[in-house]
Design a protein around this ligand. Structure first.
Ligand code: ADP
Ligand code: MG
Length: 693
């Protein structure tokens, strides 16, 4: 048997010629290591199989049966293909609506199939478009009692003869070759976290002796992936803590001056997070804290008070927001309060007049301007600050890691406060914000009433418009939101523009109806927003540019068109734009084009105003990448780990990673050599960003 090496080409295996090699390469399998990581998408074993007799509607099940008969059928919308399967306890119908001609060739009477899918009920159990695999006698878990791996297959793979059997043969050859899969962790770590060896894990994930061993293998391989991510977090945190900073220990003269002028009492949660932040600021290591609070929980006032405190310690403060509208609004809020303590502040945006910009830059360089608010404009190279001591980033998930680093580099390790209204589920948060400490505002101001939410059909619109007229007549304002979908930006924009025309002319002829959308110049946008804020405009039609942060307490009705096209978190953010005053507010979700799942998804919005519950649901439905609205390259591309369901494993991996960095911060010990090597290979990009700071 040849001496295999993990990085040898896949063509070393018998049966892999040049054609197969090419197509396997296309499937991400170039080296033997890649094949090891080509994990089965599912395992069949006797205990995971449900007899047909026990199937119930709605259940997601795996089962095995024999093809009794099959054929195509003409229906109203074309042709469909059906297979009738029996397992001795009952009969199951499988249905496909596409690829009928292709499907026909796949089956023979008597074939044994492994099936996986969600059970429907039409005169008996049935599955539409099931996941299916043809079984051979030697891989039927019922006859062999073995755990059978089912690999992800494509038609392309099948077309070159790479089916389950061939894949299994390839993996088996590899595992039996005496190939050495080196261990990453020293023995004590394996013991402490009850991990099986990597060698065993790879063997069992492909060919498990039994269900228990398979689970151990899964846990081990998941652990490794989480571990590396947590190692990155530990290093980030360490790199921040290693560098000293100027502490900002005093309450100073301005904090109370401003706090005393507020016309409301801070909530207990606001008071608590202010204390947490102040405790950080007293230290000689820079704060790195995430302030999380549902929309309307009052994060802005917290950041204003903390800024005043920082200025009281002779530090400058920079506040960065993701959009001009939001920066503008922060500027207004900051200015009106900082004014009470005679603290100058300024607004820096992308396209300012040269003179104006120069004068602000001078003020920052000399520290005549202690508080600066702005967009990405803040991170431009010519922005210099004399003694930047605190950086605040609002809606921080909208920024990339290097953007915030750029801002931080304008000072000497300034303290960092990130704010987000996206209530990230705890499990996800320890991964995603694993390098940060967390403060949560878990309480809304007492005056706040929950927003009444209703999912409606378009036929109800005329009644809704009448309701809006009534609200406006009593002095309130309304927003109507249209979605903006990337692929069809134009047509959606057109929809908003058209709706504006129609509503302005025919529905609300006596009212001022405004329009904002992303394609407008920012001055134009700002003008419309100002007019809305001052109630010159009563009804505002908008694409989703309005989403973040806008604070117009007088707005009591929000209508969201094509609500089914939005993610739940986004709907929740949008809804947070109303109900900010003391009046009862309404959010009306107009569904246009809807499936059953979309309907029940929207109903979650009717049921709760709790951002955490909504975020959890959203995460379950869309997965983490989508959830954040960004595809962080490499960050979420786990091979087996799952950020949503691996909670306990993540906590163990985190503990292990942080302990390792505590004891061996540069991974220099010989027992960590391989760890270091793999880590540098896989996480080089992210490490570079740490080095940047
Ligand atoms: P968010 O957390 O969404 O950024 P804001 O800071 O914009 O929320 O606050 C929303 C509104 O609530 C603002 O008008 C603000 O003045 C007001 N507010 C903040 N804290 C309180 C409080 N403790 N009591 C009453 N109103 C508050
Ligand atoms: Mg806000």
């Amino acid at each position: 048997m040849p001496a295999f090496h993990l990085l040898s080409s896949i063509s070393e295996l018998s049966g892999v010629g040049s054609k197969r090699k090419l197509i396997l390469n296309d499937h991400g399998i170039s080296t033997l290591q890649d094949l090891l990581y080509y994990f089965p998408r599912r395992h069949l074993d006797r205990t995971s199989i449900t007899p047909i007799r026990k199937l119930e509607k709605g259940m997601v099940a795996t089962l095995i049966g024999q093809v009794e008969t099959f054929g195509e059928k003409s229906v109203r919308r074309g042709k469909l293909f059906q297979v009738i399967l029996s397992d001795g306890t009952g009969i199951l119908t499988l249905t496909w609506f596409n690829g009928v001609r292709f499907m026909k060739k796949l089956f023979k009477v008597g074939d044994r199939l492994a099936i996986h899918g969600k059970i429907d009920w039409y005169n008996g159990p049935s599955i539409t478009h099931p996941e299916f695999d043809k079984l051979n006698p030697d891989d039927d878990p019922i006859s062999t009692g073995a755990v059978v791996p089912l690999y992800p297959l494509t038609n392309e793979l099948r077309s070159i003869g790479v089916d389950q059997r061939v894949l299994r043969k390839m993996v088996r050859e590899l595992l039996r070759s005496g190939l050495a899969i080196p261990e990453l962790f020293p023995d004590p770590v394996l013991k402490e976290y009850k991990l099986i060896s990597r060698q065993d894990a790879f063997k069992q994930i492909h060919f498990a002796d039994n269900g228990v061993k398979l689970n151990n293998a899964r846990r081990r391989l998941k652990f490794d992936e989480h571990f590396f991510l947590q190692l990155l977090m530990a290093l980030r945190k360490k790199s921040i803590q290693l560098t000293g900073t100027k502490p900002l220990p005093d309450i100073g003269p301005y904090f109370h001056t401003i706090a005393n002028t507020l016309d409301f009492e801070l909530t207990d949660a606001q008071k608590r997070v202010i204390e947490e932040i102040h405790d950080d600021l007293k230290k000689k290591v820079a704060m790195n804290r995430l302030l999380q609070g549902d929309v309307g929980s009052g994060k802005t006032i917290v950041s204003i008070l903390i800024s005043a405190l920082a200025v009281g310690n002779n530090a400058q403060v920079a506040i960065m927001a993701p959009t001009e509208i939001l920066a503008h609004q922060h500027y207004e809020s900051f200015m009106s309060l900082l004014d009470k303590a005679n603290i100058p502040c300024a607004l820096l945006l992308g396209n300012m007049k040269k003179n104006e910009r120069q004068s602000i830059l001078r003020g920052l360089k000399t520290s005549k301007i202690p508080v600066i608010i702005g967009t990405h404009a803040l991170i431009q190279d010519d922005v210099e600050m004399k003694n930047l001591g605190l950086v605040v980033v609002d809606e921080q998930h909208r920024f990339g890691v290097n953007q915030r680093l750029k801002l931080l580099k304008k000072g000497w390790n300034p303290h960092f406060l990130a704010m987000t209204a996206t209530p990230i589920p705890r499990t996800l948060s320890i991964t995603y914000h694993g390098d940060m400490d967390l403060s949560i505002i878990d309480e809304l101001p007492k005056s706040r009433l929950p927003v009444v939410t209703k999912v409606v059909e378009p036929s109800r619109l005329s009644r809704i418009y009448a309701f809006i007229k009534k609200e406006v007549a009593s002095g309130r304002q309304c927003m109507i939101i249209y979605p903006l979908v990337e692929e069809s930006q134009k047509s959606d924009l057109a929809a908003a523009v058209e709706a504006h025309k129609e509503l302005n002319k025919n529905v609300f002829p006596d009212l001022n109806v405004g329009l904002v959308h992303g394609r407008m110049k920012s001055e134009e946008k700002d003008r419309v927003m100002q007019d809305f804020a001052s109630n010159k405009i009563q009804i505002l039609i908008s694409t989703t540019v309005i989403e973040v942060g806008i604070d117009i307490p007088n707005a009591t009705v929000m209508v969201i068109e094509h609500a089914e096209r939005f993610g739940l978190t986004q709907l929740h953010q949008l809804r947070g734009r109303v109900g900010r005053g003391t009046d009862k507010s309404y959010c009306i979700l107009v569904r246009r084009n809807i499936t059953e799942t979309a309907q029940s998804r929207l109903e979650i919005m009717e049921e709760t105003n709790n951002g955490f519950i909504i975020a959890d649901e959203d995460l379950k439905l869309r997965g983490p990448g989508e959830f954040f609205g960004i595809k962080q390259s490499g960050f979420f591309q786990f091979k087996i780990a799952n950020m949503i369901t691996d909670g306990p494993i993540i906590r163990d991996a985190r503990k292990a990673a942080f302990k390792l960095i505590e004891n061996d911060p540069d991974l220099q010990e010989s027992q960590h050599r391989l760890l270091r090597e793999i880590f540098l290979q896989e996480y080089a990009d992210q490490l570079e960003m740490i080095a940047l700071s």
